[in-house]
Each structure stands twice: as structure tokens, then as C-alpha cells.
Design a protein around this ligand. Structure first.
Ligand SMILES: O=C(O)[C@H](O)[C@@H](O)[C@H](O)[C@H](O)COP(=O)(O)O
Length: 294
């Protein structure tokens, strides 16, 4: 993603020096070299995996940068990391902004929506780069200064929680259409929702795109990873006592997708058999084929 963002910022006429551990895409051999190549005051955009990789990169930058420089963490860091990163850099006179970035692999062409946390002064310093990255059109439709340090990543976390819920709703609708005998052409129904309907959206457009090349989605296994944002959203819902049943269910559906078989459902089947003598299916080579009464 950083690679695409570099291209977009360059295309807007800015000097960009990129460092990546992959020698095929990097412009320089180290962070130290990157800092040397840029004239102060510098803006360093960190776009690495959340957690330790981001924390370590920022700690290294704190040693290399000069007073007046600015670091933007554009990764999907947890918002609670931002205060620590900001304090560390502040002790060296280096500014810090956290920036939630949405747009994925399409952002290079369409622009990236940006949600930023930090001081107004730092936001102003970085605005030429934000303007280069955000989608064309009114700034407020693809950019928000959401609040102080942490607000950008908080906004992105909630955005991603919503993303989980929306995807899950489309997915369940897809399965229901597939299961119904009365529907003869599932992709055409979903395609027809793209214009005029209440549920039209970019995610729906992407589902149509996926169905164009694989009408029953049977090239894929129903196995879904997560990279943290949905979990943090649910944790935050618990902390704030805000009911978030849709996002929670969407997160748990992903966990369920990774199980070959469900221990919980084995327990339910077993109990139903214990108290009511209801039929169960037995595991083993003939798994699923035999049922017995308790
Ligand atoms: O807005 C975006 O561009 C996406 O949300 C992007 O940030 C990424 O695709 C998600 O982080 C995936 O999140 P999960 O791995 O948790 O599904």
C-alpha cells in the first residue's frame, strides 16, 4: 500500500524517498539513509504493519529525526498506541499525527480517505501530502481532522467495524439467495441492486465484480482472517457499554469460519441427545453420514 501511496504523492509533484525492506521496491537501504536524503523539515509517513513493526519504526525515527520534523503513522495501529508514539517523538521535538487510511489497492487511482488525529498545526504542515493522497472533490468528503492524537486511528477502527458488519450482511444475503430455489440467477439479482436501491454501495459493487468472475464463489474457501480492527471495535463497545451486536456477530462469524468443526455445536448436539434422545451425527471416516438416536 505504501508503494502505491508513494506513486500518488510523487504524481502530485512532491519529492518522495521510500524505504522498504524489499530491495526491489525501496529507494534507499535504510531509514537513516532516507532521513539523510530529505531536507528538513521532513515529513515521514510510516506505513508498516500495526503493533511492534510500527512501534519499532517510530522508535528508530525518534533517534534519527530533527526538531521540527513530523511523523505520520498511516498504518492500522490501535489508537491506544498513538499517545505513546506521540510522547516519544515529542521528547525529541518531532511532531506526530495518526492517520487512518482507507482505500486499499484501489487508492492509488481513486485516492485514499484520510482520518487524522493530532494538533491543527501539525495537520496544516502535512496538508499538501494529505491533499495529494485524498480523493478528488471537496476535502471534507475524503478527509477529516477527527481530533487530538489517537482520533484518526479511532475513526478508522470504527470505519473498519462498520466494514465487518456491512460485508457480513451482504454475505448472508448472498447465501440466502443461493439457498432459495425460487431464485434462478443470484448474480443478476445482486447486480440489479447496484443502481437505485437503498443498499447500493462500493462493497456491493465489489461483490458484483467477484461474482462476475466466479458466480458461485466456489473458487474460494469460506475462511476469513482479521487483522485486529474488528476486535478493537468490539472491545471498545464493551468499554463504553455501547451495544454493537452486528459488528460483534460479524467478528465472531470470522472466527467460526476458521473452524473445521465447532466444539460448541458438538456440545449442543450432545446435550440435545442427552436430554431428549435426539439423533446425532458421529465423527470419523463416515463423518456426517450416520445418525444415531441417544
Ligand atoms: O479501509 C480499508 O482500506 C480497509 O479497511 C483496510 O484497512 C484493510 O483492508 C482492512 O484493515 C482489513 O481488515 P481486516 O483484516 O480486519 O478484515
Amino acid at each position: 500500500m505504501g508503494f502505491n501511496m508513494r506513486d500518488r504523492v510523487r504524481a502530485a509533484g512532491h519529492e518522495v524517498v521510500g524505504y522498504d525492506r524489499n530491495p526491489e521496491v525501496t529507494d534507499v537501504g535504510s531509514l537513516a539513509e532516507l532521513v539523510e536524503r530529505l531536507a528538513a523539515p521532513r515529513l515521514v509517513w510510516v506505513m508498516v504493519p500495526a503493533g511492534d513493526p510500527t512501534r519499532q519504526t517510530i522508535a528508530e525515527l525518534a533517534e534519527l529525526l530533527d526538531e521540527g520534523d513530523l511523523v505520520v503513522d498511516g498504518g492500522n495501529s490501535r489508537f491506544t498506541d498513538d499517545q505513546l508514539n506521540s510522547e516519544l517523538l515529542d521528547s525529541k521535538g518531532v511532531g506526530y499525527l495518526d492517520c487512518g487510511v482507507s482505500g486499499g489497492v484501489w487508492g492509488r487511482e481513486n485516492g485514499y480517505a484520510l482520518m487524522v488525529g493530532g494538533t491543527a498545526e501539525h495537520v496544516e504542515q502535512a496538508m499538501p501530502v494529505f491533499d495529494a493522497l485524498r480523493p478528488e472533490g471537496p476535502r471534507e468528503e475524503g478527509f477529516a481532522h477527527a481530533g487530538g492524537v489517537g482520533a484518526g486511528h479511532y475513526a478508522k477502527m470504527i470505519h473498519n467495524g462498520i466494514e465487518y458488519g456491512l460485508m457480513q450482511a451482504y454475505a448472508e444475503g448472498f447465501e440466502l439467495l443461493e439457498a432459495a430455489k425460487v431464485i434462478e440467477d443470484v448474480p443478476s439479482v445482486i447486480k440489479a441492486w447496484q443502481r437505485g436501491t437503498v443498499v447500493r454501495s462500493w462493497l456491493l459493487d465489489l461483490l458484483v465484480r467477484a461474482l462476475d468472475s466466479d458466480p458461485e464463489l466456489d473458487d474460494l474457501r469460506g475462511y476469513v482472517e482479521d487483522s485486529g480492527e474488528g476486535r478493537w471495535t468490539v472491545e471498545e463497545a464493551i468499554n463504553l457499554a455501547v451495544p454493537a451486536p452486528v459488528i460483534s456477530a460479524a467478528l465472531f462469524s470470522r472466527f467460526r469460519s476458521r473452524q473445521e468443526d465447532s466444539p460448541a455445536m458438538r456440545a449442543v448436539a450432545s446435550l440435545r441427545n442427552q436430554f431428549g434422545g435426539h439423533a446425532v451425527q458421529h465423527a470419523g471416516p463416515t463423518s456426517g453420514s450416520g445418525t444415531t438416536q441417544g
